[in-house]
Design a protein around this ligand. Structure first.
Ligand SMILES: [Zn+2]
Ligand SMILES: [Zn+2]
Length: 223
């Protein structure tokens, strides 16, 4: 029987994959910052992952997945997003809370459960935050751009809240209250370069959103 990775390794696979897809350099220090762990803990786990041939670490200390590591990381992200979809759409847990619960659930799903759950849910294309499921990444996303790039006066539809914002439930709750939810439309009233923020207007009223958060929210142009 194939030996399963530990919960810690499964978390690292996801964090490395996220850092990689954000275009950030993947180094031990970035991982430590993201998961708020000490460098020595991170180094210990990374050496284990290197020993198990999930990652390679080059002379400049850049971390890259092996083919096997990348496949396992994608599988973990798929489980995570599937668990989120199930918790939100089947059990009715609010979209801004499911991330935390999914992080517990994703480690205890056997391959058969993953397969049956995907079938039961009708092979969803996106997690509740709008992140494309494995297999749907490439389609129709050419029109997506970061909200901090939106022009003054334009109308945008929220399509995705980045995974890196999901760890802050308070922030997601705030976004929910301000209707910054996948599928919702907003008008960009003002770009305030001096305070590095945007003023958005929707049915729920006006909201000021800092550029550094808007940067992690993807939108499409509408109307
Ligand atoms: Zn999540
Ligand atoms: Zn999600």
């Amino acid at each position: 029987m194939e030996e399963r990775n530990s919960v810690v390794v499964e978390e690292y696979l996801q964090v490395i994959y996220q850092l990689q897809s954000e275009g950030n350099p993947v180094k031990a220090v970035n991982i430590a910052a993201r998961i708020q762990a000490t460098p020595s803990t991170v180094h210990a786990t990374l050496s284990r992952m290197q020993r198990d041939q999930l990652i390679d670490i080059d002379k400049k200390k850049h971390i890259r997945f092996t083919e096997d590591g990348e496949e396992q990381a994608k599988d973990m992200i798929f489980r995570h997003n599937l668990a989120e979809y199930f918790l939100c759409n089947t059990l009715g847990i609010p979209w801004y809370e499911v991330h935390r619960h999914a992080h517990k659930l994703e480690h205890s799903m056997t391959p058969l459960v993953v397969e049956k759950l995907a079938e039961f849910l009708g092979y969803p294309e996106y997690c509740p935050h709008g992140v494309p499921m494995h297999g749907y990444e490439a389609e129709l996303h050419d029109t997506w751009f970061a909200l901090d790039q939106a022009n003054e006066g334009s109308c945008v539809r929220i399509v995705m809240i980045d995974e890196s914002l999901e760890d802050s439930e308070d922030l997601l709750k705030h976004l929910h209250k301000k209707s910054i939810i996948p599928g919702q439309e907003h008008k960009v009233m003002e770009r305030l370069d001096a305070t590095r923020s945007l003023i958005l207007d929707s049915e729920k009223g006006q909201t000021m959103l800092p550029f550094d958060i808007a940067q992690k929210i993807k939108v499409t142009e509408c109307c």
